[in-house]
Design a protein around this ligand. Structure first.
Ligand code: ADP
Ligand code: MG
Length: 347
């Protein structure tokens, strides 16, 4: 696999409203034969970065290296990348085999083409479907054809832009498992753009969190989930309570001002139904249960502090109907471990 290094990548678009800064100075390394996910909200610059790496867009500034080669100014066809997009982009008048064959022809490889197509269809688990037309396939099967076509020319780099975005959740999950296996078998370095966290965390060795053209954090799924680096990442990767530090009686005046806020996961709340003054020397905050929402498997309670600031607290339906159930209006006391809190100063 290829080592991809992106350095100080900048992309500006000239629009009728002026210059739009889609990518604003991005540095990332993608290790050989690994899967890297670009994750972030819509419009954050993920596709733009992928297109820059593919050579479909010219850079405004910065460099892209493929191993030791400076690939920044290479033409698309000289980059040896395979690409799959959300919309299938298969030729509807060609059979599955012909579609995959097209991937071969582009690169004019001198191999036994029919054998190669058969091998590729086996790889994506479509053995025997070579004579079908795209319209005779399910959405998931069509995306597997697109993947086989992208891999046909033995690319050094596989670029996927929301490849499963148009498919339902069950099919997505199946394709995800299949993709991981294929990438491992072929050993191709892979970059996948997605706004689906589950997909990113499940598939990728490295996740890059995008926001407004900047990178908020780069890390393994575990690092990002357990140690979010910024308030944005904290909110983006899980349910988050965001309250004034004072409401939670957080007294860390050394670095917290009256405007300071703290964030924590609803699942990190320790809740007491009897009065408790402190835990490990930290003050416990009194609150009242103000709302209960039944959300399928989970029940979400709203807890209101005495200064009217509200937080959310979730338990499973089973817990709520049993020992851990709370009544509206009930007085409770809550505590959050300092390690589970992220303190920050709002801008
Ligand atoms: P994402 O893939 O994260 O949803 P994109 O990279 O597609 O985001 O887009 C980032 C921003 O750049 C968007 O606001 C988009 O409108 C803008 N953009 C993308 N391509 C162009 C273009 N060719 N001209 C002008 N603006 C563009
Ligand atoms: Mg996109």
């Amino acid at each position: 696999g290829l080592l991809v290094r992106v350095r100080n990548m900048v992309k500006h678009f000239n629009t009728s409203k002026g210059v739009f800064k889609a990518v604003q100075g991005v540095d990332v390394d993608i290790e050989p034969s690994s899967i890297c996910a670009l994750l972030g909200p819509s419009g954050s610059g993920k596709t733009t970065l992928l297109r820059l790496i593919a050579g479909l867009e010219g850079v405004t500034d910065g460099r892209i290296y493929f191993d030791d080669l400076d690939a920044t100014d290479l033409a698309v066809q000289d980059r040896q990348v395979g690409m799959v997009f959300q919309s299938y982009a298969l030729f509807n008048h060609k059979t599955v085999a012909e579609n995959v064959m097209f991937g071969l022809e582009v690169r004019k490889l001198d191999v036994d083409r029919r054998k190669r197509v058969e091998d590729l269809l086996e790889l994506v688990q479509l053995t025997g479907l070579g004579d079908r037309y795209p319209r005779q396939l399910s959405g998931g099967q069509r995306q597997r054809v697109a993947l086989a076509r992208a891999l046909a020319s033995n690319p050094k780099l596989l670029l996927l832009d929301e490849p499963f975005g148009a498919l339902d959740a069950v099919v997505r999950k199946q394709l995800r498992a299949g993709l991981k296996e294929i990438v491992q078998t072929v050993g191709v370095t892979t970059i996948i753009v997605t706004h689906d966290q589950e997909e990113a965390f499940d598939l990728a060795d490295k996740v890059v969190i995008f926001n407004r053209g900047f990178i908020e954090q780069i890390g393994s799924p575990t690092e990002i989930i357990r140690r979010p680096a910024t308030p944005f990442v904290m909110k983006f990767v899980g349910d988050t309570n965001d309250v004034p530090a004072a409401s939670l009686l957080v007294r860390r005046s050394r670095f917290l001002t009256s405007k300071s806020r703290v964030m924590f996961r609803p699942s990190d709340i320790q809740l007491f139904t009897e009065f408790v003054e402190s835990v490990d020397g930290h003050l416990v905050t009194g609150a009242t249960v103000s709302e209960r929402a039944n959300l399928g498997w989970t029940v979400r309670y709203t807890l209101r502090f005495d200064d009217d600031v509200e937080v959310e607290y979730s338990v499973t339906r089973e817990q709520a109907d049993g020992r851990l159930g709370l009544d509206i209006g009930q007085r409770i006391y809550l505590y959050v471990k300092p390690e589970a809190m992220m303190g920050f100063e709002p801008e």
